[in-house]
Design a protein around this ligand. Structure first.
Ligand code: HEC
Length: 226
């Protein structure tokens, strides 16, 4: 009986110890992520860091206000990538009403834009096949648990010439980091790093590899397609 109690106590003690270890490890990992994000933010956008409440679950209005405040600086960071076709993306049509969290893009808050050639994106499920030269992109930002706001990567799909890559539906995927560095590009620099984009988007072959955005964040199709 006493032995039982002793072993029960030591099991409890071990569990508490393990739990404490997990908590400490979790804090360390979060801290490292936050500080590395902060580092890259500091290089390009020294003044964007400010705090919001309930960062993981902002109301659309709050997320929109945050975005309006930081988007010019985000764009300045991406512009360092020297990809002239993307430089003026803030003047392109945006298809979402407010930033929304995208589980499939790192749970970041994202926005969807298309250049002129890709305007038919706004027809959503009626999109057909977008023409060569269409560029679709999402810019993104992260809200950390302590309420900090940091620019995130830009996700880009660009429709290339027929035959470019049958697996990707002739889309070239790229991911640009907030400081303008290129994380990877289909058939280009670090192509393997963006292979996972193709894999997931290819499940939507009947919609030209596109997913579109959650219904509640869409601008009305006709409005968006104009
Ligand atoms: C696990 C699945 C998945 C992966 C991996 C993924 N995406 Fe997406 N992508 C989606 C979904 C779902 C949407 C639409 C909803 C949203 O924004 O969350 C989307 C939307 C997009 C859009 C807007 C066009 C559209 O489809 O409506 C772009 C651009 C995009 N993704 C680029 C990328 C890039 C670049 C990568 C790789 C770095 C990538 N995606 C990886 C699922 C994925």
């Amino acid at each position: 009986m006493a032995a039982d109690r002793r072993s029960a106590i030591s099991v409890t003690a071990i569990s508490v110890f393990l739990l404490a270890l997990l908590v400490v490890a979790g804090v360390a990992v979060d801290g490292r992520v936050a500080s590395s994000q902060q580092d890259s933010t500091t290089v390009t956008t020294p003044k964007t860091h400010f705090k919001v409440e309930r960062p993981a679950d902002m109301f659309p209005n709050t997320a929109e206000t945050v975005y309006q405040n930081i988007r010019a600086e985000m764009a300045a960071g991406y512009a360092l990538a020297r990809m002239p076709d993307l430089r003026n993306y803030l003047s392109w049509r945006r298809f979402n009403k407010a930033p929304y969290r995208s589980a499939t893009h790192g749970a970041r808050y994202v926005n969807n834009y298309a250049n002129r050639a890709g305007q038919a994106y706004g027809a959503f499920e009626q999109v057909g096949i977008l023409p060569k030269g269409s560029i679709l992109l999402k810019d993104s930002f992260t809200a950390t648990a302590d309420g900090g706001i940091y620019p995130g990567p830009m996700f880009v799909m660009e429709k290339m010439e027929a035959g470019f890559n049958s697996q990707s539906g002739d889309w070239r995927y790229s991911m640009i980091m907030p400081d303008g560095s290129l994380f990877g590009e289909t058939k280009g620099v670090s192509a393997e790093a963006v292979q996972f984009c193709i894999g997931c988007h290819a499940t939507r072959q009947r919609y030209d590899h596109l997913f579109f955005l959650p219904e509640e964040f869409r601008l009305a199709p006709i409005e968006a397609g104009q």
